[in-house]
Design a protein around this ligand. Structure first.
Ligand SMILES: Cc1cc2nc3c(=O)[nH]c(=O)nc-3n(C[C@H](O)[C@H](O)[C@H](O)COP(=O)(O)O)c2cc1C
Length: 181
């Protein structure tokens, strides 16, 4: 079945390690006929959540910025890929900020059964050290009804721009995850 896949890439670096894993995932998914849209958060203006709860009453955020483009895309997607570099052992602020700004969708009606894929990249080689980042992501999953959560893709040992290209097995893993989206 053809699926709609939304990839949210939060690296500050175009062609960054997590961004490259997103591209491998997208290629895999495309190769089996899925519809892909990849968004780089760094190109958008998304302010932090004001915590004003205006959205609780109106369903709409009080702030007018690019998040308004993304909320309908999240609703429409069958598979949502969230990608982040690991910063100080957790998700980067840009992705966390994006997650906070999904509050107008709370309690995420219509999200049951959507599939979620986390992609993270880090300089360190040890997956254990990336578990805070996975935990942050799981905070969002706690709010979903029956989420289908794919095994995270760990882009380990990737520090400088392009380092991930020296890890063909990880690129292949991301490609395969896309094929099996
Ligand atoms: C502010 C900052 C904090 C970082 N913190 C960590 C860290 O805690 N653990 C780690 O392994 N790498 C850390 N790194 C390295 C990045 O996770 C690594 O370069 C990653 O591959 C970047 O992903 P990107 O190329 O997709 O942006 C940090 C990098 C920056 C800029």
């Amino acid at each position: 079945m053809k699926k709609k896949i939304l990839i949210i890439s939060s690296s500050a670096r175009k062609g960054g390690n997590s961004d490259t894993l997103c591209d491998a995932y997208a290629e895999g998914a495309k190769s089996v006929g899925h519809e892909i849209e990849k968004i780089r958060l760094a190109k958008l203006r998304i302010e932090p959540c004001l915590g004003c709860y205006a959205c609780e009453k109106t369903g709409v955020c009080a702030q007018q910025d690019d998040m308004a483009i993304l909320l309908p895309k999240l609703k429409e997607a069958d598979v949502i890929v969230l990608a982040s570099p690991v910063y100080f052992y957790t998700l980067c602020g840009r992705l966390k900020n994006f997650i906070d700004r999904t509050l107008p969708l709370y309690p995420y009606e219509g999200f049951a059964g959507k599939k979620w894929q986390l992609i993270i990249s880090a300089a360190e080689e040890d997956k254990e050290n990336m578990q805070h980042a996975v935990g942050d992501f799981m905070g969002l999953m706690e709010c979903m009804e029956e989420p289908v959560i794919a095994e995270p893709i760990y882009g380990i040992g990737a520090w400088k721009l392009g380092d991930i290209k020296n890890k063909p097995e990880l690129i292949e893993q991301a490609h395969r995850a896309g094929v099996n989206a």
